[in-house]
Design a protein around this ligand. Structure first.
Ligand SMILES: NC(=O)c1ccc[n+]([C@@H]2O[C@H](COP(=O)([O-])OP(=O)(O)OC[C@H]3O[C@@H](n4cnc5c(N)ncnc54)[C@H](OP(=O)(O)O)[C@@H]3O)[C@@H](O)[C@H]2O)c1
Length: 215
């Protein structure tokens, strides 16, 4: 499959590398067509990898990943272009972390709205699926780094889009994929970040995940 990734940070590079290793063709998108981090990533992949602008990556992908900070995601997606996103599955892994007031970061949106919903409202023709934002990027693409059962959440308005994302997640190695319902479920998964950050401090590292036990 052709997949476009918006974001040249560790998350975009890691998800992109995993997708290439699974045999997908991946274009990493940036504000500039010649971003140095993206160029280095392309060199590391050997084949199936390319780079371009946000718009290049969005028009290339049959599925598009948003791997930018929630603080700038709408800006990045506007640069990607609504027409390039229309009708496509848009996987949103972002978090609304605002570092401008120091540490720990605050949430730039919460309670009655979320980045996932803002993206869906701004791009009504895209099929937004929120997932993976509650998981460290190394664990996202290799759940076996955390032993035992643990969970990834999906939320979105389009059932077929969630099925396609679920298939991709299974190819990453995920077994327990919990469908939380429509895109307003992104409020809950984004609001998990303060406890996620606190756990990272407690455990002195990011290699952990949530597991929901049911009676
Ligand atoms: N780190 C993790 O383990 C983890 C886990 C779960 C979720 N997440 C979420 O994943 C997302 C990506 O995180 P990251 O650390 O890989 O990347 P990041 O540093 O948050 O974002 C990098 C991307 O943002 C773009 N960008 C920066 N300012 C911009 C602006 N004003 N307008 C448009 N685009 C702009 C950059 O463009 P250029 O390419 O042009 O520089 C770059 O592609 C975040 O929302 C994060 O919360 C991270």
């Amino acid at each position: 499959m052709r997949i476009g990734i918006l974001g040249t940070g560790v998350v975009g590079q890691t998800i992109g590398g995993k997708l290439v290793s699974l045999g997908h063709d991946v274009k990493l998108g940036s504000r500039t067509a010649t971003n140095e981090k993206a160029a280095k990533w392309v060199d590391q992949q050997r084949s199936r990898a390319s780079q371009g602008t946000f718009a290049d990556a969005a028009s290339f992908g049959e599925i598009v990943f948003n791997c930018t900070s929630g603080m700038v995601s709408l800006e990045a997606l506007k640069a990607a272009g609504a027409a390039n996103l229309a009708g496509k599955v848009l996987v949103d892994v972002s978090n609304p972390l605002d570092f401008s007031h120091g540490m720990p970061p605050t949430l730039s949106v919460c309670n009655s709205d979320s980045i996932g919903e803002q993206i869906q409202r701004t791009f009504p023709d895209a099929k937004v699926v929120k997932t993976l934002n509650t998981i460290n990027t190394a664990v996202m693409v290799d759940p076996s780094l955390v032993p035992g059962d643990h969970d990834v959440f999906v939320g979105g308005n389009d059932a077929d889009a969630k099925l396609r994302v679920t298939e991709l997640l299974r190819s990453f190695g995920w077994r327990t994929i919990i469908d939380l319902g429509d895109i307003s479920s992104a409020r809950g998964t984004e609001m998990l970040l303060p406890i996620w950050l606190r756990l990272m401090g407690t455990f002195k590292g990011p290699t952990f995940n949530f597991h929901i036990a049911r009676g």
